[in-house]
Design a protein around this ligand. Sequence first.
Ligand code: GLY
Ligand code: MN
Ligand code: MN
Length: 435
Amino acid sequence: MSATRLDDQHDAHLEGLENAYARLLEAHGYDGVLLYSGAPRPFFGDDQQASFATFAHFLHWVPLAGIEHSWLLIRPGQRPLLRIHAPADFWHLAPSLPEAAWTRRFTIETGDDAVPPAPPRGRLAIVGEVDAATAERLGAVLNPPALCRALDELRMRKSDYEIACLREANQLALAGHAAARRAFLDGDAELDIQLAYLKASRQRESQVPYQNIVGLNEHAGVLHYQHYDIEAAPHRYSLLLDAGRRVAGYASDITRTWAGDDADPQFTALIEGVERLQQRLIAELRPGLDYVALHERMHLELGRLLSEQALIECSSEAAVERGITRAFCPHGLGHSLGLQVHDVAGRCDSRGEPLPAPERDPALRLTRTLEAGMVVTMEPGFYIIPMLLEPLQAEPAGRDIDWAGVARLAPHGGIRIEDNIVIGEAGPINLTRDK
Ligand code: GLY
Ligand code: MN
Ligand code: MN
């Protein structure tokens, strides 16, 4: 996309935010809101800091991922005031503002103190990780729940600018996935696959939107596997790679699973089956669809795949009913995606009140009726997780499972295929596959 087109989209995005914040502040009885970027935390008793992610409501306005100790004051009818923390410091490179069109919509101050702008007259809210004493000193209400929920809701439907960022985040992540696949086929260790991914997707590890999951063999069955083995594995059954990229704060979240030279042929058939199932479910996505119903469909389709592959002897419906499909896939079909990988407001009622996860699906992060402009992940999976499958052996449901097949597949860990999809007025737009 040309820089000018993106600038225009960004301008429209900011104008939309100005209007929406003005409406919400009036509705909630505030004359202004101060958003705080947040700041990294030092380790206890140490002078080193953990890696840091800027508060997403701040990033919704200001596309400077990683900016810290900075403030943004929004008042209806006035230019947003951005105060960037830029200390005089010869140990570090001070932040500098890009020559970018978006900056023209802001009044920008840079300074070497981290204090918020002087509060305006009237009722002020502060949103962000701010201490109560600071809010009290400014006479502000700290993180008022109703306003915070309304701001979360505003992030649910993405502007054209946000979708352009998410598309670019997909493109960069896909370059990483291609390099990681080559490293896997060359027999590299998990750490080398991770490094190949980071290099090709042009990012350092502290910038990833979530810790990349690089699971070889049975590690592919650990849903959020968090290590990178430094030694190459002696066998090459499988690689599950779940890895993303940020662009202007916006995250991609892509998973692919590949079979290695030592894979059982049935594992390859299962990868293809999960991918076909995923594409069928993606084709269903449209405004008005209940995401919980689609999640339920995933279980039925997974039951069908298990039955086709003779891993179960019962019907698909019985496999769902008896908890078999949930033992093979304990996570949700997907979630909202944006400035956070598991973006906000995925579970709430029509008035914006937060809802708990469904009892049968405690890991389902999105339970809403889909609307145009939402961006969701679609990530069905199939895993051999002994902790979940072993208890079934002692139950009647266990008689429906081909345990020899499960044992044969166990060294492959599992399968997940994950794409990022815009809910378009006319149907799905797949940011991971559509050009
Ligand atoms: N990468 C985490 C997830 O897929 O939700
Ligand atoms: Mn993922
Ligand atoms: Mn995901």
